[in-house]
Design a protein. Structure first.
Length: 629
């Protein structure tokens, strides 16, 4: 279906189902079948060569039929229920704009509730083009209530071999996250966006750069809205005029917006609607804006790829802290701009020089103790170099101003930056959100029994890949180590003896080595927080991906000397960190004793009729799928 400015709206159907229900049987006129086809022999490593043949052909309209094998739903159910599933996010939340304005914000979350499978019909009836349009307009007036399950991540299933991203992607280690397809399973949606690195250079004619994407549906129906290429700039201007954006090349996607077909027509923006059922592959054009709404439950997966002759990096490309493939853009010295809500731009030339220093310095400071140096490499110069590198990595990172830094302060600046990063703030918010949407939990209160045993039991129950599970494990380790080492906290207690530790291990059905490993980890976290409080612990990055300002456990272990611990404490001794500590302590009170505390930013998020507040805008994990759908 193609829509042009001024086209008449189709007649509304009073019996049209809501987005959460099935549509009535389709009308006799079906959606047009794809003009192009991929055979089974052209799948896998043959996909990119086949797309190279198909896409340049006259009449290609983003749609290809694919010969797919039968689908084993039990296999997907088993993989999704696995504790070690590689999940980027698992839910959608919709925040509507004012009634009748034809837009909504769609956000993601790292909350990982148990995935609930619906009863799926034996046969999928595709909507007609008219019904698809009606469904989408109806969707914006009747958005799903509450949280919608929508898994996005990697799954170890054989079907992923149907789409191979090609040698250009597979041969680049800085694009490692794109080496495998991303799966999209559930009933959610994805905001208007373009793919990573996409940039339409301001030439005549405009020259496109960046990654391409292809999305194959196996189960269910996806409805695609694709903006006409000749209205790319008009669409961008519409977004930036009506919503505050930064200067990033992907500023539209960062706003997490879904726009209805009716609103697009009102703005005179041309678009097409594609109905993708089982065996349909959608391949947007290079730099083409697109959004997706699942018509009920759907299983699909997608890849990024390039075609011979494509150029990945434009000299006009501008990235910020929310953009993907960060390692790749750093390597290519792409211009950096502040994330939404910031105004100070980082010069490109400074980044080019500093980023190379940053990579070497970060490795040494994260993983090994710093050595005192003499001569021209002064502590002040090294501090300035690392400070600039940190700002390149995260323009929103809060760093204290130090005019005459010591060697010890230089040695721990990366650790302080990790705690004070925008990543850490985002992590804290996601921890709170996961807690609010937990299935169940047992708080710990005074009088509930032996504290040492309770902390030990938390080690056993805090199992899982969610942020909350990882944090609870870390907190239990810290509390247990503190109790064993004799810190006085919350109540007077004596250090337990060796026999008590052995008894605890037996009660927890652990061997001594396992318990000792937990104690060693707990001592690492206590060396960061100190004996006073654990407020800063929820700002110590949990994500195991070595990206941004993440510090490995080995890196934290180098915080061995009292001199370095004192230096880190000094860098964190400011009003900004004090505020973080207070929030962290409040969060621990919530999970440990059932406190009813509600954070200010939660109250601001709770009003769905308002445009997101600045705090919400600066939260990159609230953005809809930054992947390839």
């Amino acid at each position: 279906m193609t829509s042009t400015a001024g086209a008449a709206d189709p007649a509304t159907d009073a019996n049209l189902a809501s987005p959460g229900t099935a549509l009535p049987d389709p009308a006799p006129v079906p959606s047009s079948p794809p003009k192009f086809h991929l055979s089974a022999a052209e799948l896998g490593e043959g996909v990119v060569p086949a797309l190279q043949r198909i896409i340049p052909q006259p009449g290609f309209d983003n749609e290809i039929s694919v010969e797919c094998p039968p689908i084993d739903l039990d296999l997907f159910k088993a993989k999704l229920s696995s504790k070690d599933v590689d999940c980027q996010y698992s839910t959608n939340d919709f925040k509507p704009g004012p009634k009748g304005e034809g837009y909504t914000f769609v956000y993601i979350s790292e909350r990982k509730p148990p995935f609930k499978w619906p009863d799926l019909p034996q046969d999928v009836k595709l909507p007609t083009e008219v019904e698809a349009r009606q469904y989408l307009d109806h969707f914006f007036d009747h958005l799903p209530k509450g949280t919608v399950q929508y898994f996005s991540g990697h799954l170890d299933v054989p079907y992923e071999r149907l789409l191979d991203p090609g040698s250009e992607i597979l041969g680049d280690p800085d694009l490692a996250d794109l080496h495998r397809p991303y799966w999209h399973i559930g009933s959610g949606a994805n905001r208007f966006h373009i793919e990573d690195l996409s940039c339409l250079e301001n030439t005549d004619p405009p020259k496109p750069y960046g990654l391409r994407s292809a999305n194959l549906v196996l189960v269910g129906v996806k409805l695609w809205i694709l903006i006409a290429m000749h209205h790319t700039h008009k669409f961008e201007q519409f977004i930036t005029t009506n919503w505050k954006c930064n200067d990033c090349s992907h500023r539209v996607g960062h706003r997490s917006l879904l726009i209805s077909p009716s609103r697009l027509e009102k703005e005179g923006i041309d678009f097409t609607i594609k109905v993708a059922g089982p065996g349909t592959l959608i391949a947007p054009h290079l730099c083409q804006y697109h959004a997706v709404v699942n018509m009920g439950f759907c299983i699909a997966f997608s890849i990024n790829y390039t075609l011979p002759g494509d150029n990945l990096v434009s000299k006009e490309l501008r990235c910020c802290g929310r953009c993907g493939v960060a390692k790749f853009t750093h390597r290519h010295d792409v211009s950096r701009v502040p994330s939404p809500g910031k105004s100070e731009e980082v010069p490109r030339t400074v980044f080019s020089e500093a980023s190379r220093r940053k990579r070497k310095a970060r490795e040494s400071l994260q993983e090994y103790p710093s050595k005192t140096t003499r001569g021209s490499t002064s502590a002040k110069r090294r501090w300035q170099e690392l400070e600039q590198s940190i700002k390149m990595e995260d323009p929103e990172c809060f760093l204290p101003t130090i005019s005459d830094p010591s060697e010890s302060q230089v040695a721990v600046i990366m650790k302080a930056a990790s705690i004070l990063s925008s990543q850490a703030v985002m992590q804290f918010k996601n921890l709170v959100r996961e807690w609010r949407h937990r299935e169940s939990h047992i708080v710990m209160a005074d009088g509930a029994g032996d504290a040492l045993l309770q902390y030990g039991r938390r080690l056993k129950t805090a199992v899982g890949q969610s942020l909350l599970a990882k944090f609870e494990l870390r907190y239990a380790q810290a509390c247990l180590a503190r109790a064993v080492d004799g810190y006085k906290k919350d109540r007077d207690q004596l250090p337990p003896g060796k026999e008590s530790i052995q008894l605890l291990a037996k009660q927890l059905e652990m061997d001594g080595n396992e318990l000792n490993r937990h104690l060693e980890d707990g001592r690492i976290w206590n060396s960061i927080c100190g004996p006073e409080d654990d407020g800063i612990l929820s700002f110590v990055l949990l994500d195991s991906k070595k990206e941004g300002l993440f510090i490995t456990k080995k890196g934290w272990r180098t915080l061995s000397s009292q001199q370095q611990r004192t230096a880190l404490s000094g860098l964190l001794d400011n009003e900004h960190t004090k505020s973080l500590r207070q929030d962290g302590v409040a969060f621990i009170d919530i999970i440990m004793s059932g406190s009813k505390h509600v954070f200010k930013w939660e109250k601001e998020e709770s009003n769905p009729g308002e445009e997101p507040k600045p705090e919400e805008e600066s939260d990159p994990k609230r953005e809809s799928n930054p992947g390839v759908e």
